[in-house]
Design a protein around this ligand. Sequence first.
Ligand SMILES: O=C(O)CCC(=O)C(=O)O
Ligand SMILES: [Fe+2]
Length: 297
Amino acid sequence: MSAPTITTVDPDTSSEEIGAILERDGCIIVRDAIDHATIDALLGDLDPYLQRKPCGNGNFVGYKTKRLHSLFGKSRRVQDFVLHERVLDIMDLTLLPWCENYQLNSNSITAVGPDETPQPLHRDDLLYPLSHPSERNATSTVFWALSDFREEYGATRIIPGSHKWDDQRVPCDDETCAAVMTKGSFCVFVGGVYHGGGRNLTPDVWRIGMFTGFCLGWLRQEQNWYLSVTPEEVREMPERLARLLGFNIHRPFLGWVQDFQDPYDVIRGYEELSSGGSDLYAEGATRPVPGAGVRVA
Ligand SMILES: O=C(O)CCC(=O)C(=O)O
Ligand SMILES: [Fe+2]
């Protein structure tokens, strides 16, 4: 059997081609998708926090790995990665068939330090009690290389095609391949794909990655953004970002405030637009919303 590989494409590759690769492998690398100046600006903002941050203390989070969360308050550059046009195109492909809108699930730095041991192989959709294989993806993770990802630096290991495995099959290390990619590239893997951080064999190189994970719009998000960003920050950020964080409604009835209002309207102070409640969403509850893929028989 030939060794598995992760297909790498240029950022201008067509969505059709990317979609076909993702359907087959559940993962893909898009090379050189963001410029180094943007990455360096991000890392410059985050560096004081990363310096202070202790390493983890567990098999999954690592012992020589630093994880940094709640990044929106730490750098305005984060949004360039979350709202990256190609990233959102790919989320449209991997999540939009099963929801009306998807949302940000998690957004963290994982900086794998010298001498770190491999993270256990896992599926990111382990958050939810799902069986595999599934006709739909619950999550889709984008993993940005903020430094060069080489195998010996601890590049993420991935098992292409493992989104099609059932829950009995146990992943083995020799089935993985390293997501080798240059700084500025990103790797995408859907929720059912087994992966894990790699072993860092170097005495002095930190492998720095940032995941921007997304999930279906009708699932609970992994990170609670409502307490991670302030209302003032939400008012100042682009509407698309606010909606991705969950200041949004998923029809027919998820996430409304007060009189069935859209939380984005409420946080922007549009309370006076309240209609006093309406049957608009109630009607949606008795029939499927076109395109939403929600079964409400
Ligand atoms: O750091 C990595 O390479 C992968 C991290 C990861 O998969 C996770 O924490 O869920
Ligand atoms: Fe993961």
